[in-house]
Design a protein around this ligand. Structure first.
Ligand SMILES: Cc1ncc(COP(=O)(O)O)c(C=O)c1O
Length: 450
């Protein structure tokens, strides 16, 4: 079966999704509300999500490895969260005033990750990273922020630089030059080259913002010494290290990746998991930096850093979902044992399978995060976002679509997968079996590769 057949199969089983996709195209640009949610020929429309699956409007049930942008560590709608949300709904959804659930969540984060000496909640991760760099500039009095090529920190204008290949080009129209002029890009996992760039801007370098594990750019772990080298540079230079832990916070363990990699960032951001399935972002950091956001007793504008929170920040619903999620994770370390085991199993079984099939592939990831990359003449090893961009993405897309169309296994095409507590070993074996069938012989491999 070649890729055209998979597309045909997909269309046949998602007829109602197609109708609704064309309806949504009339209102939403591109028919979607987040750029990455579109894939060809059109995305299916979800009507229900529970545990490890998504159900579409045509009645198809998919094993879900996308997990709501990797936010759902306990799976979709776990009872422990939904029952508490029901209770909270009765007490109100948005107070617009301080509330106890936010204090409880803040304290829990601070206990788990003591580096979070101060915290400000927002509604999205994009806001959190925007505030993080503003705080870094406020603290240092410097302007330049270094980011990694391919690094994704949300849609805030400042950091919408060098995200997609080709990295030198603007990330679309509508961004003015001024927004990019104080952003420098460095190559992930290449310490020498990164330090050279940093050295050239050090006098005006407010900080480096970096995901400890590149997520959106391809699930790439740092090589030994890379993050430490950057940290050493900023500490020497009176600049700041900002770790973007929006994906990694509470993902590898009941802590942040800063613990795993033994880092001591000045500022770090959280999101996704800490919202328990509801919208959230958080900027966290050292007391003297987060203190700059305290406007309560400051009259002069030049003495504080104005970061927001927004209308929906710290709303009691999100705070309750986040608190109950973290409480559950704290009480049940088996969650991490299980999801990390599933990640290891998927990586090793996929590697074994591709070896056996004689297909050049690299499975990247750590813990419960994993991603398949198909190698080619240009790319033999995945070290950074450029390697991912130049690898065989056409094959990856076709493979992802084949999984959706024939095997009811959902990865958002071209994006990494994540395990949740609701996944089981069988899900890994289903993925392996489906992959085997898709690539069974070279003829099919060539057909799907077209
Ligand atoms: C590392 C990282 N930072 C920031 C963001 C932006 O978060 P949000 O989509 O909640 O604005 C994301 C989203 O995927 C992310 O992966």
């Amino acid at each position: 079966m070649n890729i055209d057949n998979y597309i045909e199969l997909y269309k046949n089983k998602t007829f109602e999704s197609m109708n609704l996709y064309y309806r949504s195209k009339e209102i939403f640009p591109g028919g979607i509300n987040h750029n990455i949610r579109f894939y060809k020929p059109y995305p299916f429309l979800t009507v229900k999500a529970k545990g490890n699956y998504l159900k579409d409007i045509d009645g198809n049930k998919y094993i879900d490895f996308w997990n709501g942008h990797w936010a759902l560590i306990l799976g979709h709608s776990p009872k422990t969260i939904t029952k508490n949300l029901k209770k909270q709904i009765k007490k109100g959804t948005l107070y617009g005033t301080p509330n106890k659930p936010s204090i409880k969540l803040g304290e829990l984060i601070n206990k788990a990750i003591p580096n979070a000496e101060g915290i400000r909640f927002s509604t999205t991760g994009s806001e959190a990273t925007m505030y993080a760099i503003r705080l870094a500039r406020a603290k240092t009095g410097k302007r330049v922020i270094a980011k990694v090529i391919g690094g994704w920190h949300g849609f805030n204008s400042n950091l919408l630089q060098s995200v997609n290949y080709p990295y030198e080009a603007d990330e679309g129209i509508g961004l003015v030059e001024d927004e990019g002029q104080f952003i420098e890009s460095i190559q992930f996992n290449d310490l020498d080259r990164s330090l050279k760039v940093l050295e050239s801007i050090k006098d005006d370098l407010a900080g480096i913002i970096i995901e400890p594990i590149l997520g959106g750019a391809g699930c790439i772990t740092p090589i030994n010494g890379y993050l430490e080298g950057l940290q050493e540079f900023v500490k020497k230079n009176d600049s700041l290290l900002i770790l973007d832990e929006i994906v990694t916070g509470f993902r590898l363990s009941y802590k942040a990746a800063l613990d795993h990699y033994k880092l001591d960032p000045d500022i770090f951001t959280l999101g996704k998991i800490i919202g328990g399935g509801l919208p959230i972002g958080a900027v966290c950091g050292k007391k003297e930096i987060m203190g700059l956001a305290d406007v309560t007793d400051k009259i002069e504008k030049n003495t504080y850093c104005s970061i927001g929170g927004g209308t929906f920040s710290a709303n009691p619903l999100t705070m309750t979902a986040g608190y109950k999620t973290l409480k559950y994770l704290k009480k049940n370390p088996t969650v991490y044992e299980k999801i990390n085991f599933l990640g290891d199993l998927a990586r090793s079984e996929l590697s074994k399978l591709f070896n056996e099939l004689n297909i050049e592939a690299e499975i990247t990831g750590i813990g419960s995060l994993f991603m398949i990359h198909f190698l080619n003449d240009k790319v033999k090893k995945i070290n950074n976002a450029l390697d991912v961009a130049l690898s065989n993405n056409e094959l990856l897309f076709n493979y992802n679509l084949a999984l959706i169309a024939k095997f009811n296994i959902f990865f958002l095409p071209l994006k990494m997968g994540a395990f949740s507590y609701a996944h089981e070993k069988e899900d890994v074996y289903k993925l392996i079996e489906a992959t085997r069938q898709i690539f069974q012989n070279t003829k099919k491999y060539n057909n799907i590769q077209r």
